[in-house]
Design a binder for this molecule. Structure first.
Ligand code: SF4
Length: 405
């Protein structure tokens, strides 16, 4: 299924295109003090490694702005300066060479200040994100609507955009973040109908994982599947590396970005499991993530159903009678002792990445598939009719044929 993406203008954050049909990008934000140049740069590199395309850094004082001047030229991704209250710090950040600014309309309120920043950004060729946040909505709008309802967030964004447009500034992207998922979704839907600028999606103050991830996915994925959204951020109360990783994974799972790393699928386990699926899946995840291969791997608890159910995976392993049955695209290629399951997966993943599916299927152990079939048959026999279907049918028939008198 392919979704038609909303048509938006394209802007460029440094060399990264946003909107206008460009790939949806992942953003995150550093948590270090910006004046700590080396510490901040180390985090920027870690964020890039985890999947961030663009990184935002706070510019909350002069030391931070000076830090940005050293960070920007050494950063591996475009840097956006986060500006809250002082428009002069936006001008300082532009001087430091940032690739983007984020302004919060609720915090910089004087039109002449906003226009001064827009004029300087226009000269520098730097885009601005109008970052509306339900928690810091303009007081007038809060009074008018009584609460940060979707229309109030959109009004705030539109008011700010008009000020930017008045000085001929159109390199804009917009966010209308809310911590309540249905309100966030409604605000972005409304915004998408109101303007044609690219949109930055996020659920604000989503909190720590797993709840924060669930809220973010609920809001961001809903919109992305409707074709709305050009760049995303998970706002988690966690190491920002988790944000970047989750953002990247979401885009990969939705088919909006190419797989860069591991996609581990695993059965939920059940009474048929022949191994501790949770432990094996966790060990496989740790070992395979370190390989950094773009591969989908399945860990299945039994060879009765495993290879068939996970036939779409590039590679997988299914347990049975003390052995691991390694399969490629559903075809069993090797049988290994249970204790070697994870090592065998890693070894095969490397070979698969280096040699390709055809070559690895050709190198299959000729007796593996037959051994797997034999084990599966044996297990089916051992477990037998776990639902006691035959006995139940007999009981049902007995009741039905009973004495009606
Ligand atoms: S693969 Fe086997 S163990 Fe896993 S859920 Fe399916 S039947 Fe149960």
């Amino acid at each position: 299924m392919t979704t038609t993406r909303r048509q938006s203008r394209q802007i460029h954050v440094g060399d990264v295109p946003v909107g206008g049909g460009a790939a949806v990008t992942v953003q995150s934000m550093t948590t270090t003090k910006t004046a700590d140049v080396d510490g901040t740069l180390a985090q920027v590199y870690a964020l890039k490694g985890a999947g961030a395309d663009i990184v935002r850094i706070t510019c909350n004082d002069v030391d931070a702005a000076q830090g940005l001047a050293e960070i920007v030229p050494r950063a591996p991704v475009p840097i956006i300066a986060d500006i809250h209250f002082q428009y002069r710090l936006a001008l300082a950040a532009l001087e430091a060479g940032v690739a983007g600014l984020r302004l919060n309309p609720g915090n910089i309120r004087k039109p002449e200040h906003i226009k001064a920043v827009a004029a300087a950004a226009l000269d520098a060729g730097v885009p601005i994100r109008v970052g509306v946040n339900a928690g810091s909505l303009d007081k007038d709008l809060l009074e008018k609507y009584g609460a940060p309802v979707p229309q109030a967030l959109v009004d705030s964004a539109v008011h700010e955009i008009r000020l930017l447009e008045e000085v001929g500034f159109h390199d804009i992207k917009i966010s209308v973040k809310h911590s309540n998922v249905p309100s966030m979704v409604a605000a972005y839907r409304l915004l998408a109908e109101t303007v044609d600028y690219p949109l930055h999606l996020g659920v604000t103050e989503a909190g720590p994982p797993p709840g924060g991830i669930i809220k973010s996915v609920a809001g961001i994925a809903t919109l992305l599947l409707e074709g709305i959204g050009d760049t995303i951020r998970f706002s988690l109360t966690a190491d920002p590396v988790e944000e970047a990783k989750a953002g990247r994974q979401l885009l990969e799972y939705l088919g909006l970005r190419e797989r860069k790393g591991l996609d581990l699928i695993a059965c939920p386990s059940c009474g048929r499991a022949e191994v501790d699926v949770i432990a094996v899946a966790a060990a496989a995840q740790t070992a395979l993530e370190a390989e950094k291969l773009p591969i989908q791997v399945a860990v299945m608890g039994c060879v009765v159903n495993g290879p068939g159910e996970a036939r779409e995976a590039d590679l997988g392993i299914a347990a049975g009678k003390g052995r691991g049955h390694l399969f490629i695209k559903g075809q069993v290629v090797r049988v290994v002792p249970e204790a070697e399951m994870v090592d065998a997966l890693v070894d095969e993943a490397r070979k698969l990445a280096a040699e390709g599916v055809e070559a690895r299927l050709a190198a299959a152990d000729a007796s593996a598939a037959a051994l797997a079939d034999e084990t599966a048959l044996e297990l089916r026999g051992l477990r037998g009719d776990v639902n006691h279907t035959a006995a139940r049918r007999a009981a049902v028939a007995e009741v039905a044929a009973g004495d009606h008198g």
